[in-house]
Ligand binder design. Structure first.
Ligand code: ZN
Ligand code: ZN
Length: 575
């Protein structure tokens, strides 16, 4: 019998606990190399009812099945590609394509459905997964559905589940999977010695410039023709890159090179030492491919060039250099590519990740929701003043590592009710816009008020409008000044001036002489301008604002409208 690693036991236990109380589909996130086929095997073994394990390629079906029977357990296979259509066993490993075509009788009495690489499952009703799930649920309304993946997000969709067991909302949009019940991070796997340490080198010498590439199509991927054009325009870069790979890999065991196209692969292959290199592309014939992979694993070949064929299921643990020469539009593809080099192998200390794409993907903190607002931004931890949840937001830090500004809007903390299992999101907004009709706080980008459904002002739209109006002025401020002033009735007020690079200025005024005016100032000015809205200073008068001015940020744009003789600030747009 097998022995599970501690985290594998935890993963199994989390799934069991979840389905003990509810039937909403759940996800377990385990990085490549964490041994998810073992987790699947254990769940299938201990399940009381029948279990169906689905995967989208026959290699995965074979792998999961192989692991299971290696522990002297018996199971069936349902896959046309593997030439077997078993249906009587308690546990069946199937390929989705074949199972979707199976007869109704096949689907009787399954109590647990496990989906491998589950980030491929969507809510759309016309997919094979949706079809199979519908039939299984019709046969057993209490069916438990568990997905496993290393990358719980999909291009164009974002997170594939809504709620994380550590108490955070990933998305408020509807998702097939409701909850991630267990997640082991790549960093933990590496720190605990289950995977090799990657050493990432961005653009070691020269790199391609893929920054002009645009995502296209429903899946939002790069068009091959566009990629080819970039490579053609930058063809002088390729020999420099290949020379660098050879140089960096001098004392290394196995090098995998990921290229953009067949033509690109062949171009690179020609530049490598022929006797120890080979190319595998989609069209490479099966037996020839097996022979190449065998020679690579035997270390007769050192350089293996491939075009996106060796990303799933390929396993050569000795690989200690990964060279990425193809633009990767999706984080999950990037992680799969790098994952090929992180397996442990005797004598291997680390794996070099040579990234020649200039795209700067972060292996440990993938950018799933919001893209980096500016080059200096990094992930900062901002605790919520209401629920204490530690939010990860893009932010700016000073030399000492102190947070000076962050770009977070709404707290991502959430709690699950222990009785109803309903997930309640924390209501705290770091930044918001108040609805002028009902005073409800809304996300800055919201078009419609969540409280009263009235239309809200869209800053982008007002910016566009202002650009085209004669009596409107759009300023890009350079700096601002705060001045205490006294009016004719000897009342003190605060004047704020915004200057552009030509020395022109726009100004606004605020009185701070009473509860109501201070409250208005807090809402109308401070909340928008504070670099860290949750750390608001106590304001009792004009002097307090002036001494706190280092805590304030400048707007990106200011929109002003002509009012009699002077320009009145109507709206400020922040990054
Ligand atoms: Zn909160
Ligand atoms: Zn409203």
């Amino acid at each position: 019998m097998y022995k599970l690693r501690p985290y594998q036991t935890e993963a199994v236990q989390s799934a069991v606990d979840h389905f003990r109380h509810q039937r909403s589909p759940a996800v377990i996130v385990l990085p490549t190399g964490a041994g998810k086929s073992l987790v699947i095997a254990e769940l299938a073994r201990i399940a009381k009812g029948r279990v169906l394990v689905l995967a989208h390629v026959k290699e995965l079906v074979e792998q999961n099945y192989g692991k299971y029977i290696s522990y002297d357990l018996s199971a069936g296979i349902y896959s046309a590609g593997l030439d077997r259509k078993d249906s009587a066993e308690k546990v069946i490993f199937g390929s989705i394509q074949s199972v979707a075509r199976a007869k109704r009788e096949f689907f009787a009495a399954f109590s647990l459905l496990i989906i491998d690489e589950c980030h491929r499952v969507s809510l759309a009703e016309d997919t094979q997964y949706a079809q199979v799930i519908r039939i299984l649920r019709a046969a057993n309304p209490k069916l438990c559905i568990l997905g496993l993946t290393a990358t719980p997000y999909r291009l164009g969709l974002g997170w594939i589940y809504q709620y994380h067991h550590r108490g955070m909302i990933r998305t408020e949009q509807e998702r097939f999977f409701k909850k991630c019940v267990y997640e082991l991070s790549l960093a933990t796997m590496i720190n605990q010695g289950y995977l090799t340490q990657p050493i990432k080198i961005d653009a070691p010498v020269a790199c391609y410039d893929f920054s002009q590439l645009k995502l296209s199509g429903a899946q939002g991927s790069f068009a091959l023709a566009e990629v080819e054009k970039v490579l053609k325009d930058q063809s002088r870069v390729t020999p420099v890159i290949v020379e660098n790979i050879i140089d960096m890999a001098r004392d290394r065991q196995g090098v995998m090179i990921f290229t953009s196209s067949v033509r690109h692969a062949e171009e690179i292959f020609k530049l490598l030492p022929q006797e120890m290199s080979a190319v595998v592309v989609g069209e490479t014939e099966g037996s020839q491919r097996d022979a190449i992979i065998h020679r690579f694993k035997q270390r007769e070949l050192k350089f293996l060039v491939n075009v996106s064929v060796l990303t799933t299921g390929f396993d050569a643990p000795h690989v200690d250099v990964i060279a990425v020469l193809r633009p990767t539009e999706s984080v999950s593809l990037y992680q799969q590519i790098v994952g090929r080099g992180l397996r442990l192998s005797p004598g291997k200390e680390d794996c070099l990740i040579l990234d020649y794409t200039g795209q700067g993907h972060d292996l440990f903190r993938p950018e799933i929701e919001d893209s980096r607002p500016c080059a200096e931004a990094q992930i900062v931890i901002v605790p919520c003043p209401l629920c204490n949840y530690d939010n990860e937001f893009w932010g700016l830090v000073d030399d000492e590592g102190e947070i000076v500004e962050h770009f977070g809007r709404k707290c991502k903390g959430a709690t699950e009710c222990l009785e109803t299992f309903k997930v309640e999101r924390c209501s705290y907004f770091f930044r918001s816009k108040l609805c002028p009709h009902c005073d409800t706080e809304n996300d800055i980008a919201a078009r419609v008020c969540s409280g009263c459904n009235e239309m809200l002002v869209d800053p982008d739209k007002s910016l566009r409008e202002a650009m085209s109006l004669k009596d409107a002025h759009v300023m890009r401020p350079d700096f601002m000044e705060l001045h205490p002033r006294i009016d004719r009735r000897q009342q003190e007020f605060l004047e704020i001036r915004y200057y552009d690079c030509d020395g022109n200025h726009l100004k606004e005024f605020h009185y701070l002489n009473g509860k109501a005016s201070i409250r208005a100032f807090n809402y109308g000015f401070l909340r928008m301008h504070l670099r860290r809205p949750e750390a608001a200073p106590e304001i009792a008068g004009v002097d307090d604002v002036i001494s706190a001015q280092h805590l304030l940020r400048l707007p990106m744009f200011i929109i002003a409208r002509k009012k009699k003789q002077f320009w009145e600030i109507r709206e400020k747009v922040f990054l």
